[in-house]
Design a binder for this molecule. Structure first.
Ligand code: ZN
Length: 233
């Protein structure tokens, strides 16, 4: 029998995600919501930030897993969901001074869950020695990528965003094969990867403006680690 950790926030997270989609699969309008599954948009099973989670029917979930629905499509869908719930409209500047991991929905910053059914098969995807194997480092990379996308979104507008582009750029930059993800980068290169994404954030227009005003755009890994530790006690 599998030993399962209790997930203190899972029901809460699930109910937020269910409300978000109005109890209806965002891809096919199936409404058998009791059987819906939580999907990790960036494919990092330990990134349980609410922005990275979407609730959907098992059929569409398997289409994503197989690659029939590309990740860029899922991101677009998630943003569409946000923009259609006006009271939770994304605010890019809102948390710019915050030390916390940012969240598009500002009031759900701290929601984390540790174990959902759909992550099991994916855990083995990242062997020891990869960034993906170390939750905290993987989450920090994912956090920086999110920050980059948020800054870039501010610059080009949501409609023009290509979320897959930056990931594939990073993969090329770090010589990671097409069938793998940025979390396959060896853990020895973590500092280098983090520094590279940080430099790219600072090069965005928003990043540049905020930096010139000495405003905080992202947490350092040390700060991030400290902040996250509050979640796991
Ligand atoms: Zn569906």
């Amino acid at each position: 029998m599998n030993k399962r950790k209790t997930i203190p926030q899972q029901n809460k997270v699930r109910s937020i995600l269910q409300q978000e989609i109005n109890s209806c699969c965002p891809f096919c309008e199936n409404n058998d919501v009791g059987h819906f599954e939580i999907h990790h948009i960036d494919e990092n099973p330990s990134n349980n930030d609410i922005n990275n989670l979407i609730l959907l029917c098992p059929i569409c979930h398997s289409k994503i897993t197989k690659g029939d629905i590309p990740q860029s499509e899922v991101r677009k869908k998630k943003l569409k969901i946000y923009s259609s719930t006006p009271e939770k409209k994304p605010t890019q500047i809102f948390y710019i001074n915050s030390n916390r991991a940012p969240s598009i929905m500002g009031n759900n910053n701290k929601v984390t869950i540790k174990n959902v059914k759909s992550t099991k098969a994916k855990k083995s995807k990242y062997p020891e020695g990869c960034i993906g194997y170390e939750n905290l480092k993987a989450n920090y990379v994912s956090y920086l990528i999110t920050r980059y996308h948020e800054c870039k979104e501010y610059e080009v507008g949501k409609a023009q965003m290509n979320y897959a582009m930056f990931s594939s750029h990073l993969k090329k930059q770090f010589k990671i094969g097409k069938t793998r993800t940025i979390y396959n980068v060896p853990v020895e290169r973590f500092d280098e990867l983090a520094a590279y994404i940080q430099s790219r954030i600072l090069k965005t227009k928003l990043g540049n403006i905020l930096n010139s005003r000495n405003q905080k755009i992202f947490s350092s890994f040390q700060e991030y680690k400290k902040d996250q530790s509050g979640n796991y006690t």
